[in-house]
Write a protein that binds this ligand. Structure first.
Ligand code: NDP
Length: 322
């Protein structure tokens, strides 16, 4: 089968198309013929070595496809079932081995590509707005990179809960998309002072919660945009990691809460996985959540997909199609 292999960590050029043996599913595992693989920032962190991986490896943390073979001791899935998954490595390939414990059935009527695009980022947006800080009606949230894969999902889900969204974006096109997803206000964070803009838009109070996946470049403004006892959910580092923080800064910012959450801690068991996946797929089915696929690339163009994502040139979700 064809797969993207990383022999040594580095820039996007280390993503090479190679012939690899088709893997065999072990106990509790599924061999899945991949229909679409989601491209995520975590793939770039693993490729570059920010997150360490055993070398060589096949990148890709989410996908969707059809079960080709169920390994020993698998209950609940058989060949022919359509499944999606997140947070399991190796989806940049024609076939991937997925633990059955991490696979969710794709409901009828939902396309494989949409399921692949919604699995990792959809469940992440769900835990951020429903668990990390359960957004209540009338609350205001600041969402950075509001036209990105995560940003468009967060914006729509916050609006569906009756919240108000102040989004940050860098271009006209991204502003149009974020407003289309429901953002009430937009701040061009490449030109304007974010904390100042937020104070103006909230009558001096600050926002209840900041969802910050940009990291290094936005962290200070995020902290300065919170209301007293507000929450900063720092969930990523698209611009680079945030340097160490003195806890005293949380005091000065108004006794605020800082958390650095990850999806794995919010998918602790089968019930939690089924709940989050069910809510995300349900929101797509009833039209509350529109999954915007901003770019689809052939598997061989994984390098280009990473270059575009890291180069800030993309909107919505990116897919690789084997
Ligand atoms: P996006 O589609 O949001 O792409 C990143 C966006 O960030 C860019 O388009 C850009 O938007 C903005 N950005 C600002 N500064 C930079 C910079 N220096 N370089 C690149 N981009 C920049 O990506 P994803 O939706 O895939 O991921 C967003 C974040 O969510 C990532 O940090 C990722 O790690 C995180 N994440 C975290 C998870 C978790 O559980 N913790 C799970 C899933 C994702 P603009 O041009 O408008 O500024």
């Amino acid at each position: 089968m064809r797969a993207i292999r990383v022999q040594a960590t580095g820039g996007p050029e280390v993503l090479e198309l190679a012939e690899a043996d088709r893997p065999a599913p072990g106990p509790g595992e599924l061999l899945v013929e991949v229909a679409a693989s989601g491209v995520n920032f975590i793939d770039t962190y693993q490729r570059s070595g920010v997150y360490s991986m055993p070398l060589p490896f096949t990148p890709g943390s989410e996908g969707a496809g059809t079960v080709a073979e169920a390994g020993p001791d698998v209950a609940g899935f058989t060949a022919g079932d359509r499944v999606a998954w997140a947070m399991t490595p190796g989806s940049y390939a024609e076939y991937a081995v997925v633990p059955a414990a991490k696979a969710v059935r794709i409901p009828e009527g939902l396309e494989d590509r949409t399921a692949a695009a919604a699995a990792l980022q959809g469940m992440t947006a769900h835990y951020l707005i429903a668990s990390t800080h359960p957004v209540r009606e009338g609350e205001t949230a600041l969402v950075h990179a509001a036209a990105g894969g995560m940003g468009l999902l967060l914006t729509q889900l916050i609006k569906a809960r009756g919240g108000r969204v102040i989004g940050t974006v860098s271009t006209d096109e991204k502003e149009r998309l974020a407003r289309g997803a429901g953002a009430d206000e937009i701040i061009r964070y490449t030109e304007a002072d974010v904390a100042e803009g937020v104070r103006e838009l909230t009558g001096g109070r600050g926002v209840d919660v900041v969802y910050d996946g940009v990291g290094k470049d936005t962290f200070d403004a995020s902290l300065a945009s919170l209301r007293p006892r507000g929450t900063l959910a720092l969930f990523g580092a698209a611009s680079g990691p945030v340097p160490p923080v003195d806890p005293q800064r949380l005091n000065s910012a108004g006794s605020v809460f800082l958390t650095r959450p990850s999806l794995a801690s919010y998918l602790l068991d089968r019930d939690e996985l089924d709940w989050r996946a069910g809510e995300v797929f349900g929101a797509i089915a009833d039209g509350r959540l529109d999954i915007r696929i901003g770019g689809s690339y052939p598997l061989a163009d994984a390098r280009k997909a990473h270059e575009d994502l890291e180069g800030r040139r993309t909107t919505g979700k990116l897919l690789l199609l084997p």
